[in-house]
Design a protein around this ligand. Structure first.
Ligand code: F6P
Length: 556
């Protein structure tokens, strides 16, 4: 595997430094001087229309950023990813989420195995299962059809499914509902199951490794809830055989570790597999998306996968200067490296995307929150900005103040769709138009601001003119699509996957491992006996941890 290039040593980085030192952002002037700017800086990928014109760049900067991609080897590493090379160096794994959405007609042979064939075998199994649940042929142990599917998983085994389920609500089969349990806080399982009928509930235990403490604990809680409920109503008899029969009708699993699924007591017949070359945060399009498939049906799930594939093909085959995910990744590198932007807002003007920012937090921050490169050497640039956001217009009434007038540059992605899923009118208003007017207005305000002269011209008292000035030149990218279809949701996810990839390669980091989550997990296991009252274990903790545990024990 090639060594990472230190981006700061490239000629392109030097050029960017030079350009930055003389660049004074002035989007008003940039648009005035170049009436074609909006058109020239807009791109299309699949159904997505992406307007990059309100970013703090000019042609020279963009050209230098494209050179940076080339000089740090982004196109080569992208090709290695698509070829199945083991670019997840620290885990010695291929990174093949792009194979999860390749059409049946394609093949990709890695280590002698056609992974596309394997993918479609599992997909067929998921599609058959989803048909059974949706048609009512799959019944619970008392013969009732399933009404609620509860996905138990955490991280990538939760955030993707819940985000996509919420995004595709209008496509969910009436009479079927999904719920999602992730947290080991027992209130999560409690609230998710409190009003459910065990006879009509199906659990999907989703865990890549099938070792995750939260998920296995919640799965055990759910099994107890199921059996207690069925027994107390007399629906099933006491005894192991009856329990096994009930679990087999009410539990399925998704994992790469099918042996562990069997050991948990779930029939391997009711398990859907995937592979170690799928990272958790890149797995919603694998069997991890089974809950979504059950909810929206196999045709919509297939369209969702096609959406990913459309963007994959664009990313794989398009020259850097026209490559939308690559350009967006490079813009992020530009803001992180040259504007000290430490965060990035993602602001969907689509309420159904209300979990999108939370989903992206794992995708981007677990991928690129690293301080060493893939050869172990320290990075020489900032990496891994904080991604955050909420849907508009809610955010406008909460944190937009800071984006408009704060001291930091916060690049923001605005996302909207032209056709609403629920076209409602308020008397004379098409409410979606009121909504979109805000989407258009915000990026305009951020880019062009309001000068002191303009504020004064409104008759504002001189004392408060400074407070009412908007500097403008606050960078945004606008992403629009015709509608929030399954395909568009897949396209959006793939777009951000490849943006994340591009940034990772420029910084020279392995975007596919997550060692940073391990220490806390180890320590939680080590601390558990102390929490439970073991004085010897307590004495081994540091003084702060000891006092916190003592407080807990005194107040429990
Ligand atoms: O702890 C982090 C992590 O490993 C994520 O990367 C992953 O998505 C999550 O835990 C859940 O892991 P699993 O699917 O193996 O239960």
């Amino acid at each position: 595997m090639s060594d990472p290039v230190d981006a700061t040593t490239t000629a392109a980085w030097g050029r960017l430094k030079e350009l930055r030192s003389s660049y004074e952002p002035d989007l008003r002037a940039a648009f005035a001087q170049d009436p074609e700017r909006a058109e020239r800086y807009s791109r299309e990928v699949g159904d997505l229309y992406v307007d990059l014109s309100k970013n703090l760049v000019d042609d020279e900067i963009l050209a230098a950023l494209v050179e940076l991609a080339e000089q740090t080897g982004v196109p080569q590493r992208r090709d290695q990813m698509f070829a199945g090379d083991r670019i997840n160096v620290t885990e010695n794994r291929s990174v093949l989420h792009v194979a999860l959405r390749m059409p049946r007609s394609e093949s990709l042979v890695v280590d002698g195995t056609d992974v596309v064939k394997d993918v479609h075998e599992v997909l067929d199994k998921i599609y058959a299962f989803s048909d059974l649940v949706r048609s009512g042929e799959w019944v619970g142990v008392t013969g009732k059809r399933i009404e609620t599917v509860v996905n138990i998983g955490i991280g990538g085994s939760d955030l993707g499914p819940v985000m996509v389920y919420e995004a595709l609500k209008p496509y969910v089969q009436p009479g079927l509902t999904c719920r999602f349990v992730s947290n080991i806080d027992p209130t999560d399982v409690y609230e998710a199951t409190a009003d459910l009928d065990p006879e009509t509930t199906l659990f999907i235990v989703a865990s890549k490794t099938f070792t995750t403490l939260e998920t296995l604990t919640n799965a055990r809680l759910a099994r107890t809830w199921l059996l207690d409920g069925l027994r107390s109503s007399g629906a099933v008899a006491e005894g192991d055989d009856a329990a096994r029969e009930a679990v087999s009708k009410h539990f399925v699993a998704v994992s790469t570790a099918l042996d562990k699924v069997a050991a948990f007591g779930i029939d391997p017949e009711n398990a859907f597999g995937f592979w170690d070359w799928v990272g958790g945060r890149y797995s919603v399009d694998s069997a991890i998306g089974t809950s979504v498939c059950v909810a929206v049906g196999k045709e919509n799930f297939a369209a969702f996968l096609e959406g990913f594939h459309t963007v994959d093909v664009h990313f794989r085959d398009t020259a850097p200067a026209r490559n939308v995910p690559m350009l967006m990744g490079l813009l992020n590198v530009w803001y992180d490296g040259f504007f000290d932007s430490q965060s990035h807002a993602v602001l969907p003007y689509a309420q159904y995307l209300h979990r999108f920012a939370a989903y992206l937090q794992q995708l981007t921050m677990e991928s690129n929150g690293k301080s060493v490169r893939w050869d172990g050497s320290p990075v020489t640039t900032d990496t891994g900005e904080v991604f955050w956001g909420e849907p508009g217009t809610n955010g406008q009434h909460a944190f937009y103040q800071l984006i408009h007038q704060g001291t930091r540059v916060i690049p923001a992605d605005f996302i909207a769709v032209a056709t609403p899923a629920r076209p409602l009118r308020d008397g004379e208003h098409d409410v979606h138009e009121l909504f979109l007017a805000n989407f258009f207005a915000q990026t305009r305000a951020l880019a062009f601001g309001k000068t002191a002269e303009e504020v004064r011209a409104e008759g504002t008292d001189e004392a408060i003119v400074p407070a009412r000035v908007f500097s403008g030149n606050r960078p945004t990218s606008s992403i629009m699509a015709p509608a929030l279809t399954p395909s568009v949701v897949g396209q959006l996810i793939a777009l951000y996957e490849h943006i994340t990839f591009t940034q990772g390669v420029v910084w020279g980091i392995d975007s596919f491992d997550q060692w940073g989550v391990e220490l806390g997990k180890q320590l939680a296991l080590q601390v558990t006996p102390a929490v439970g009252g073991d004085e010897e274990a307590l004495a081994k903790q540091d003084p702060s941890t000891q006092s916190l545990i003592r407080y807990y024990r005194a107040h429990r």
